[in-house]
Design a binder for this molecule. Structure first.
Ligand code: SF4
Length: 266
């Protein structure tokens, strides 16, 4: 058994950093290495199914917290959410989407006014540039529609694999697993889907998640990470999988009562 890696959430490659790593990953692959490491995990298939069953009881219909009104505004919201909170993004996009909910309207709005509307969000100058560029590409190459495949989505400026996976899942209902900081941490902390990169963690999760739980798995993992298995200090006494979890960091073996949770709020 490989020694468990202690995940350091602060070092999780965020969207931009992950994208910056892609050339190195591509280079490794062309050198003949497998796309993902296969690490033996300390969970049986039954335990994994039980973990996701409990998540499904807690949150039967989990929802993303980024507000959007169509696939285009979802792409914009996800692109804006890198190194920003969903709450902060929603605050800015309410006014933005009221005036620009299509690529054409975004282009008509222009980079300067867009910058002004999103200036409360980190890295807003760069993000504004990317959103104008991706709107232009959507108009030029896709007739103003958001494309339906990951291969096409990642050709949009500012859109990496994580953003593409979120859009595929939330806008088009494709079961994918976007790995953000919470999913990455859970995969490693619980030793359930260990990996050094978001792509490795994504591949590891996709190998183990039962098919019938895959569609909601992304949101379950994010919400579990955000509200219970928190980065600095996991709240194990509130955790419904405390008896199943095999994290060296866990502080409690008794699972919390399995009940449906109230609707989440941002
Ligand atoms: S028991 Fe603790 S470490 Fe394990 S999943 Fe729950 S909160 Fe995270």
């Amino acid at each position: 058994m490989e020694k468990p890696k202690s995940p350091k959430p602060a070092k999780m490659p965020r969207a931009s950093a992950a994208e910056a790593k892609k050339p190195a990953l591509a280079k490794k692959r062309t050198a003949g290495k497998p796309p993902a490491r296969r690490v033996k995990i300390p969970y049986s298939p039954e335990e994994i199914r039980e973990i996701f069953r409990r998540f499904s009881v807690q949150r039967p219909e989990p929802k993303g917290e980024l507000e959007h009104v169509n696939p285009f505004t979802l792409v914009v919201a996800v692109a804006l959410s890198a190194q920003a909170t969903d709450a902060g993004v929603n605050k800015a996009t309410r006014a933005l989407f009221a005036v620009a909910d299509t690529p054409e309207k975004m282009l008509a709005l222009g980079e300067e006014r867009l910058r002004d509307l999103i200036k409360t969000i980190g890295l807003y100058r760069n993000k504004a540039k990317n959103i104008i560029a991706l709107s232009q590409r959507l108009v030029d190459a896709f007739g103003g529609e958001v494309p339906l495949t990951r291969e096409e989505l990642v050709t949009l400026p500012g859109v990496g694999r994580k953003t593409a996976n979120v859009v595929l899942s939330m806008a088009f209902g494709v079961p994918t697993l976007a790995v953000d900081t919470h999913v990455f941490r859970i995969g490693n902390r619980l030793r359930i889907a260990p990996g050094k990169t978001p792509e490795e963690v994504e591949a590891a999760f996709l190998r183990i998640i039962p098919e019938d739980y895959l569609f909601h798995a992304h949101h379950w993992l994010i919400l579990h990470g955000r509200y219970c298995c928190k980065a600095r200090k996991p709240e194990c006494q509130r955790c419904v999988i405390a008896d199943l979890c095999k994290s060296p960091e866990k502080t409690c073996d008794v699972p919390a009562p399995l009940v449906e949770l109230p609707a989440q709020t941002v």
